[in-house]
Design a protein. Sequence first.
Length: 378
Amino acid sequence: MSDFASLGLAAPILKALVHEEYVAPTPIQAQAIPHVMAGRDVQGIAQTGTGKTAAFALPILHRLLANPKPAPRRGARVLVLSPTRELASQIADSFRTYGRQTGLRTALMYGGVPKSKQAKAVGQGIDILVATPGRLMDHMQDGAIQLNGVEILVLDEADHMLDLGFIVPIRKIVQSIPPARQTLFFSATMPKEIATLAGQMLRNPVQVSVNPVATTAERVEQKVIFVETSRKRALLANILRNAQMSRVLVFTRTKHGADRVTQHLEAMGQPAAAIHGDKSQPQRERALAAFKAGRISVLVATDIAARGIDVDGVTHVVNFDLPNVPEAYVHRIGRTARAGHTGVAISFCDSSERPHLRGIEKLIRTRLQVEEPDLRAA
């Protein structure tokens, strides 16, 4: 498909796409949209940055417009499950952006904020509900929402939900949804547990995929610097002096580590903010907004942000700590080189992290380019 109009999307959706200056569908969109519009179950394998959200949001909006009816009270016609607050918020924003001319309404449910406003938003019924599993379960237990009116179920980033321990809640949620539904299942990787879950949830699904599983972005230049942990913060401060590092995501393994790195950078005169699970939702939103707006050039995050942050123009990803799980490396560096741009991923590796490095290189089938550390004034 050469353009969105050829996909047969409804006119209000096409108008929104023109407003956003979206012209041609990405490969995952071209593959998935016709099948979703036709009502088929879809199992998609796609990494972040491939346009996956629009691949399900656009045809879902089209289907709702084609079959207009009131949303069920204390319920929703469409349920999208997302692993993190940030990703849920971005998905909801996408539905609102693409559906701005449709009159369809979208609501959010995630933790870290009061439940009362969320319950009120779905009280009269909502067309599209985007939720994290834990908070949705809370509302279900409170009786604030019922799922017996859900027509379309979307699981996004299913493998990340597995990592976060959400598989049991997901199974309980799915049991409350009518079996006569359309199910869309997206995951960047397909470990055995996820493949089993997909097999249980989907009916005769269409398989769509882009990029081989667990490959890294082709446009990312990947480097590793061998440095002991005690010198990592000084090394980070030094490399951030490079003017080309204008928008940088730094990943740490722990929340405490993220805070310590942020404090060190600020003490060195480098504006930075941290985002992780111990931060309140307003704190996380402020940090992300400052990063998007360019008020800070460095955002320090734990893996909660590896898939949930969709920020244009990230020039560099720095793995301050190598992840324990090799697949997490793929998702981290996928924050750069998005939308056709190039990017750089720099990984710090101390002696204890050598096994993690070997696991990463085995997964991506590539040896990372070794770079000497710049430890001036360290």
